[in-house]
Design a protein around this ligand. Sequence first.
Ligand SMILES: NC(=O)c1ccc[n+]([C@@H]2O[C@H](COP(=O)([O-])OP(=O)(O)OC[C@H]3O[C@@H](n4cnc5c(N)ncnc54)[C@H](OP(=O)(O)O)[C@@H]3O)[C@@H](O)[C@H]2O)c1
Length: 279
Amino acid sequence: MSKRISIGIIGGTGSMGQWFGNFFSDAGHTVFISGRKTELTSADIAKKCEVVILSLPLDAAIAVSEEIGPLLGDTQLLMDFCSLKEKILESMTGSTSAEVTGAHPLFGPFMDSIKGQNVILCPGRGEQWLKWLENEFVSKGAFVTVMNPSVHDRHMAIVQGLTHFLAICMGRTLQKMNMNNSTALSCSTPVFKINYDLIGRLFAQDIGLYQNIISRNIHFGNVLDLFLSSVDEGRDSLLSGQSEKGLLFLEGVRDYFKDSCRNSLKESNRLINTLYGEQ
Ligand SMILES: NC(=O)c1ccc[n+]([C@@H]2O[C@H](COP(=O)([O-])OP(=O)(O)OC[C@H]3O[C@@H](n4cnc5c(N)ncnc54)[C@H](OP(=O)(O)O)[C@@H]3O)[C@@H](O)[C@H]2O)c1
């Protein structure tokens, strides 16, 4: 494999596409991009690039993979950046004879660097390009985990699905209580302020992406059932009027976090001090 690779990013006009366009250019590769309105088409990219990346919303990625997959040969790599992996991996491996890898960067386009960030790679077909890709990310300081697509999606039902669902529903609660921005800010503790900003962060971005992450994950329904049963348990014990029952519930959950909660306290203090320590 030559060192300078030709990389085509379909959806390279979008936020992740631009971010990774810069990333791969900075690494010395030749990058081509296409969008729906660019002169260069996705078929052009498929024909001329050694590595073809789908940086598109899930449905578009599936449609484009079916369209261009047959144009690629077995010396090329077809890969994607979708936030869910089972469906797109199925589509890419079914539509082409090229090597196939799914990649999920677990960060957004606002990061300055990939250093210290997690990237999950899901093998589809072939080893050579998978190793190349892993090395591209690891050599720049990313933490790469290779994972089966279905296991990835199950983890993402919690990491992304439940996290975003909680932010949305907390936002909805503030809306129902008519807690406006100035009240929220004047009554904020550091922890509430961080949560408030995370709610705002979600609504300042593409809500369609969040809708997809929650509604298209086939594992999220199970996670939501577990969450709702936890809400019932929390209500029964903490609002029972019996302090012993409430404490017993809290102790039970604390047991599960006994090895990590001290470190989480340290880490969250570091975050709070970074955000508010020098104001
Ligand atoms: N944003 C994040 O934080 C993040 C993090 C990790 C993974 N991801 C994943 O990365 C992928 C891209 O996300 P993004 O945030 O970069 O989205 P984005 O900024 O909306 O960019 C999407 C790109 O897809 C193109 N596109 C949209 N609909 C299309 C269609 N029907 N056919 C062909 N091209 C189409 C757009 O091109 P034109 O409009 O120029 O035609 C644009 O370049 C998604 O699968 C997302 O789940 C995102």
